[in-house]
Design a protein around this ligand. Structure first.
Ligand SMILES: [Zn+2]
Length: 404
């Protein structure tokens, strides 16, 4: 173990070299006006190919919207003593746009270093994870140490815009990569003190709700059916979801499920028309002890009440619905991670749940344990995104400890 940890302690230059290159190769999805992740993926592929002991799999998803027609996903596997089990470390290749450039102190696509700090778009989200996992991989290769199980570094596309071409794609079309004995580490959430490990997510349910009535002149409301009134009533009735699904789980903050109306589409353009159609959206974050289908059934009943009372028709569409069971905090892999974090950072990390939204949902849906953890400042998606060289190396040491 000491050989590996000492090796990693000397990798400061490597962190800078990799980050410099990664920052210079922006990987924006087509939704964000980009050409995808192909350039960054090609660089990393050629980098990883210098190691003949790695099994490298290219698993691209087809996407006609980008010039290469490919959204790259890469698996680099170092075989371990136990051959039928892989510890996967998943990072994403894509970034979000830099936003208002005047808020940046330097070019977001040119790495800037100030002592231990690195600045640039993507340095934290998710280059730190990419670099830490590659360093850990190299530590085993360059010290000729065999990991206890296979070590799989997984670099995926499309995390920032829905995962359809990334980890969701891999679990749909390349499920043979994964087994129930595997474990996932997702270094894409955490705290600066390394004291948080995410093991659960609320289910996410987004609904588009359309209320149909009858348009007429505002001076003769009896001739129409005012859908703004019906929608307003419906929105207030939907507050009841908080009472129906009122379980609490202290793992989460807030500890309850939430059901919030959010976006509202424009209805009529003028003041003197009664709207015959209203559309709004509902964002539900549901504790994993409930099924999303139970929530949908209750919502349907509430729709029927409004339909009956106002003579409107309520249609709905599920824009997004995804949930997964939590990973047990008593799971052996999770406990090993907490121990490794304690050994590197001298802190006892707290287990927690979040309101939804990491790639851990895919392994968890398949009953494969997944923990989300990294030591980061929380500057993702912000101007002057920042990451620490020291933490990148320490995170690599935590990763290596999981395989020793
Ligand atoms: Zn991320």
């Amino acid at each position: 173990m000491d050989t590996i940890l000492n090796y990693l302690d000397k990798q400061e230059k490597k962190v800078i070299e990799l980050q410099k290159k990664l920052v210079s190769l922006p990987a924006l999805g087509p939704e964000n006006g980009g050409e995808g992740e192909i350039k960054k993926a090609e660089y990393l592929l050629s980098y990883l190919r210098q190691y003949p002991s790695l099994i490298i799999k290219e698993l691209p998803a087809e996407d006609s919207r980008v010039p290469s027609k490919k959204r790259p996903n890469i698996a680099a596997i170092l075989p371990g003593k136990e051959k039928d089990r892989t510890i996967w470390i998943v990072s994403h290749l894509d970034i979000v746009p830099p936003g208002d450039l005047s808020l940046w102190e330097s070019d977001p696509y040119v790495l800037r270093q100030e002592g231990d700090y690195l600045f640039g778009r993507g340095v934290e989200d998710n280059h730190q994870g990419i670099v830490s996992s590659i360093l850990a991989l190299e530590a085993f290769i360059n010290t000729s140490t065999e990991p206890t199980t296979n070590m799989g570094v997984l670099l995926v596309a499309d995390e920032e815009t829905g995962n359809k071409y990334g980890l969701e794609f891999l679990f749909k079309y390349h499920k043979e990569l994964f087994t129930q004995k595997d474990c996932f580490l997702v270094p894409d959430f955490g705290s600066k003190d390394s004291d948080l490990i995410e093991i659960a997510e609320k289910g996410v349910l987004w609904l588009r709700i359309e209320v149909l009535g009858k348009q007429c002149h505002a001076s003769t409301p009896e001739k129409g059916i005012n859908t703004l009134v019906a929608s307003s009533d419906l929105i207030m009735r939907l507050r009841r979801l908080y009472k129906v699904f009122d379980r609490q789980d202290p793992l989460f903050s807030p500890p309850i499920s939430t059901f919030e109306p959010t976006k509202k589409e424009a209805n009529v353009p003028n003041i003197n028309t009664i709207p015959g159609k209203d559309v709004f959206f509902l964002d539900c974050r549901v504790l994993p002890s409930y099924e999303l289908s139970e929530v949908i059934e209750t919502i349907k009943k509430i729709f029927q009440e409004t339909e009956k009372e106002y003579g409107v028709k309520v249609n709905f569409e599920i824009v997004h619905g995804l949930s997964s069971p939590p990973t047990d905090k008593e799971n052996e892999f999770v406990k090993k991670l907490a121990k490794a974090v304690f050994e590197e950072y001298n802190t006892r990390p707290k287990f927690m749940g979040v309101g939804g939204g990491t790639v851990a949902v895919y392994p968890r849906k398949n009953n494969i344990p997944a923990a989300v953890w990294a030591t980061i400042f929380g500057t993702a998606h912000q101007p002057n995104e920042c990451s620490s060289i020291k933490n990148t190396i320490k995170d690599a040491k935590v990763m290596a400890r999981l395989l020793l």
